[in-house]
Ligand binder design. Structure first.
Ligand SMILES: [Zn+2]
Length: 261
């Protein structure tokens, strides 16, 4: 039984088979629950619609750093209202992406809205899903500040060092591990998985992107998460069942509103 913590089934790449996947195919392949994560305002609304339609689908609402020009007070108000929906389990994905954005003013804008969405998460008492690329230091500093105020979350598609991962683990945050861990050049992520406890890992695809080997480059779906779980089991020297069971509990812990601390 697998908990998929990060998917984008609203993406047009699923137009052909979204209904089959979400109504039965994923379940038949062991994917028990999933969170569809909003990145744009449109994506947030579509995530909510999917969560309302399918029992095993939950939603996260947030504006991705690359889509930050879309956000304003009105969008933030919509998120605030939507957060009380019973199937909205997180604010995300939010964060910093300095890989694509070199302009300092735009980076400052990312930081401003990252903080404001973190403030919102505190206010509505939901965990966060963090997207962070080429912004290790600014992300860690922000999260430390909010962690002190008891905000928790997942660092999704984790791409930094094992040392930084251990800092997140120490704070009780979760590390999202997906298809990248199966890539030949995934040395850093393999080292991270080795270094951190299984109790701090959640499984995620980021589908339609990041398909694991041997499907690298193809459209990804949660069905391939077994390949990710197998790789983690191999790295940690435990059974596949143990990886599935513990990561499932981890996902329940972070996404369960009543267990938030
Ligand atoms: Zn994503």
């Amino acid at each position: 039984m697998i908990f998929e913590t990060h998917a984008h089934y609203d993406d047009e790449k699923f137009d052909e088979d979204r209904v089959e996947l979400l109504s039965h195919l994923l379940r038949e392949n062991g994917i028990e629950k999933l969170v569809n994560v909003g990145a744009s305002f449109e994506g947030c609304k579509n995530s909510l619609a999917l969560a309302e339609e399918y029992e095993n689908v939950y939603a996260a609402v947030g504006i991705h750093p690359e889509e930050i020009d879309e956000i304003d007070d009105e969008v933030l108000d919509w998120m605030r209202k939507t957060a009380s929906h019973p199937k909205v389990v997180a604010i995300g994905e939010i964060g910093l992406d300095y890989y694509w954005v070199k302009d300092e003013a735009q980076r400052a804008k990312q930081r401003e809205w990252f903080n404001r969405q973190m403030d919102l998460a505190l206010e509505v008492e939901l965990p966060v899903i963090i997207h962070s690329r080429d912004a290790a230091e600014d992300t860690l500093n922000t999260i430390k500040m909010y962690n002190n105020r008891h905000l928790k979350g997942i660092v999704h598609c984790y791409s930094y060092s094992k040392e930084i991962a251990l800092e997140y683990v120490k704070m009780g945050w979760y590390i999202g591990v997906g298809g990248v861990v199966t890539f030949k050049n995934a040395k850093k992520l393999v080292e991270t998985v080795e270094a951190i406890p299984l109790e701090s890992i959640v499984l995620e695809t980021d589908c339609p992107y990041m398909a694991p080997v041997p499907h690298r480059g193809e459209r990804n779906s949660s069905i391939y998460l077994t390949l990710v779980a197998e790789k983690i089991a191999e790295i940690k020297g435990v059974s596949l069942e143990e990886v599935e069971r513990i990561t499932y509990e981890n996902a329940l812990n972070i996404y369960n509103k009543s267990k938030r601390n």
